[in-house]
Ligand binder design. Sequence first.
Ligand code: FAD
Ligand code: NAD
Length: 328
Amino acid sequence: NNAPIAIIGTGIAGLSAAEALNAAGYPVQLFDKSRGSGGRMASKRSDAGALDLGAQYFTARDRRFAAAVAQWQARGWVEPWTPNLYQYANGVLSPSADEQVRWVGAPRMSAITRAMLGALPVKFSCRITEVFRGEQHWHLLDADGESHGPFSQVIIATPAPQASALLATAPKLAGTVASVSMEPTWAVALAFAEPLQTPVEGCFVQDDVLDWTARNRSKPGRDATPDTWVLHASSSWSRQHLDLSKEQVIEHLHGAFAEMIGCAVPAPVFSLAHRWLYARPAAAHQLGALADAGLGLYVCGDWCLSGRVEGAWLSGQEAARKLIAHNQ
Ligand code: FAD
Ligand code: NAD
């Protein structure tokens, strides 16, 4: 059975599975609805340079993931980020340094998935709407009505709500996936012509609006000017303000940022807002990767494990491991 394996999603989970399968000699064909790879680890090109609007950095606590990150570092895809860390709680901003190693893609977050994708076959701007099985093989249908296939197996590597929609042929898997709910995050970037007069480079925020803020130029390889900041709203604020206009979201987050940062914050010379509808699982799970190996259908993603970059990568590895084990 030499038909390739279809992988839906080119986030870190899908690419982790793709890399493992490719290394084991299995042909793969990737699909993504976006114009490029990375998913929630992508970086957005903007008038203020490339911005990491999703994942800000990642930690490696699992031995296998730490080994992968060491390889990425050796290849120049990632570098440690050592920001001046602060926290903001009960209205007080205070230094909050620690010993944790934090990694970022260099010169931008999307460098990692771009390098992992390499020359693997991929179709971008292709939203899969149906996954169905013929007598021997799998076929995919996209939003333009075009069909793709045949494939020997299918790996779905998308956020849980988007995976649910593709699991009509596997009701049991669909049931498990449907029980996972995901929370939104509003992200805003603000650029200032003059650097803000603050030592803060990253801040864990506990207030009603914000959850996190980071200074872009403190990360390795980023442009020094303008002084650009990424702000993330909390899950609850994002949920409650899901349908606010981008202008209003920018205004609210700019206000909350100015209040917490404790220095003069002028009007930004550039701003943008991005709504991540499925940013993080509402709770952590221990699902590894889901499989109906008999059917040849696998599901992975950050929501199967920790809801972080590490969890997504591990889940992709687990999907590939299960598939290879079944084929042997
Ligand atoms: P995704 O990256 O979501 O990839 C799924 C891909 O599938 C996407 O590219 C999407 O376009 C594609 N897709 C979906 N549906 C379809 C379809 N029907 N057809 C074709 N393609 C489809 N993690 C950390 O470790 N540290 C952090 O600091 C951190 N901060 C974060 C901040 C924000 C605002 C967000 C949103 C996430 C953050 N995370 C962080 C989480 C981290 O980004 C994710 O855990 C990880 O990137 C998820 O990878 P994934 O491959 O599972 O999913
Ligand atoms: P981590 O160890 O740096 O952070 C984990 C959590 O510990 C932080 O959220 C924070 O609450 C706390 N913390 C850590 N260091 C701190 C310090 N020096 N001072 C004060 N508090 C500190 O990293 P991780 O475990 O890899 O977590 C990844 C980060 O990604 C988390 O902050 C998480 O909130 C964030 N994330 C955000 C989204 C989103 O949608 N906004 C999604 C997934 C993950």
